[in-house]
Design a protein around this ligand. Structure first.
Ligand code: PMP
Length: 393
């Protein structure tokens, strides 16, 4: 059976060239970078190159502004908790949005127990954050604002540069979760005006289990993990050298190939959106129509459930998602879909396809041929489908 993978935001294949770059660091170069011998020296070089590649990918001023972590969740935790711990003398107010990943929202909830006040900015029906509300919410007590660069569930890209100008005018700092954005469009962290930025390796063709936090020189941040002083005392623990080397290689390939990747992804994205929306009645796009990640096709279909569409797609060899893979374990409709104003039943009818560069136009055509029949069958069985439609949908 044909197998088509369209769930890249949840997990993506590691580029073969990345695997080759990692290989020596799994076999021959096994020294601990903190040791004093030549084996350590090679590992140290590997870390240095990787740091410089990740820094170049986001146009950071210095490699030393990049700290490697174990994942985007850790980077988000560190950015917010570490910043709050070092800066609460200036104020105890943090602003974020209603559509952040749970690794931001749950950290903020946790901080309320430590006396922090959290404001959640609303978004419009396309998922764009309300910058007027940002201006209103900022006070002298606000120390940090955390806004994602793009939302992987609905594909919407946020106006980060404009947000950073507003935040800096009030002397607060900006953390940007760029997990879903990295590799999807060129990022210049200085032009964007981020003080802290979360990055993930798997989203750019690197291995899982690695992430990074950009921390602009001079940003006051407390370590999240204390120990032997690795990562210049900011993130202790023996470094995941093969993983970090993999992230570095993925970053340098992304730097070189990002233009071609975007062109290919956008072509497939637009073909899939058009194919689904024009062949399936009562189908709608979730997220912004143009300010949108090149790999993201988030759609919803009235009267049926995403879960049953997913199972039917899976049986036909197509892997997609019903929403955020990170929250798929709960039966609650996604907080992101609720935040853009969808009713429960609309949110439940959502499907998310996230494309990768190894997908081909034929994969898109296969899904466009397959899904209308699945939807029709499920609608015929659904008590929600209006009677006049059951014959025709
Ligand atoms: N932030 C965003 C925007 C995400 O989409 C995700 C999930 N891919 C995360 C953070 C968390 O990533 P991870 O589970 O790899 O830590």
């Amino acid at each position: 059976m044909r197998k088509i993978y369209m769930d890249h935001t949840a997990g993506a294949p590691v580029d073969r060239r990345v695997v080759s770059a990692m290989h020596p660091f799994l076999e021959a170069t096994y020294g601990n970078p903190s040791s004093a011998h030549s084996f350590a020296q090679e590992a140290k070089e590997g870390l240095k190159d990787a740091r410089s590649s990740v820094a170049s990918l986001i146009r950071a001023e210095e490699s030393e502004e990049i700290f490697f972590t174990s994942c985007a969740t850790e980077s988000n935790n560190w950015a917010i908790r570490g910043f709050a711990a070092r800066n609460h003398d200036k104020g105890r107010h943090i602003i974020t949005t209603t559509i952040e990943h749970m690794s931001v929202i749950n950290v903020c909830k946790h901080l309320t127990k430590q006396g922090f006040k959290i404001s959640y900015l609303p978004v419009d029906k396309h998922g764009i954050v309300d910058l007027k509300a940002l201006e209103t919410e900022l006070t002298d007590e606000t120390i940090l604002v955390s806004i994602m660069y793009a939302n992987g569930e609905i594909g919407t890209i946020e106006p980060i540069k404009e947000a950073s100008e507003i935040v800096h005018a009030r002397n607060a700092c900006l953390h940007v979760d760029a997990t879903a954005a990295i590799g999807q469009f060129p990022i210049d962290v200085r032009k964007a005006g981020a003080d802290l930025m979360t990055l993930s390796s798997n989203e750019i063709g690197g291995p899982k289990g690695v992430g990074a936090l950009y921390s602009k020189k001079g940003t006051r941040l407390q370590p999240l993990i204390f120990g032997g002083g690795q990562e210049r005392g900011m993130r202790s623990g023996t470094e995941n050298v093969p993983g970090i080397v993999g992230m570095g290689k993925a970053a340098s390939l992304t730097n070189l190939e990002i233009g071609d990747r975007i062109t290919k992804l956008k072509r497939m994205r637009d073909r899939l959106i058009k194919g689904l929306l024009s062949n399936i009645p009562y189908s709608f796009l979730n997220g912004h129509p143009s300010q949108r990640l090149p790999n993201n096709v988030a759609v919803r279909f009235s009267f049926i459930e995403g879960e049953s569409m997913l199972l039917n797609l899976d049986m036909a060899g197509v892997a997609a998602s019903s929403g955020s893979a990170c929250t798929a374990k709960t039966l609650e409709p996604s907080h992101v879909l609720r935040a853009i104003g969808l009713k429960h039943e609309e949110a439940h009818g959502s499907l998310l396809f996230t494309l990768g560069t190894q997908n081909a136009e034929e994969d898109v055509d296969y899904v466009v041929d397959l899904l209308p029949d699945i939807v029709k069958r499920l609608r015929a069985l659904s008590p929600l489908t209006p009677k006049e439609l059951t014959g025709s949908v």
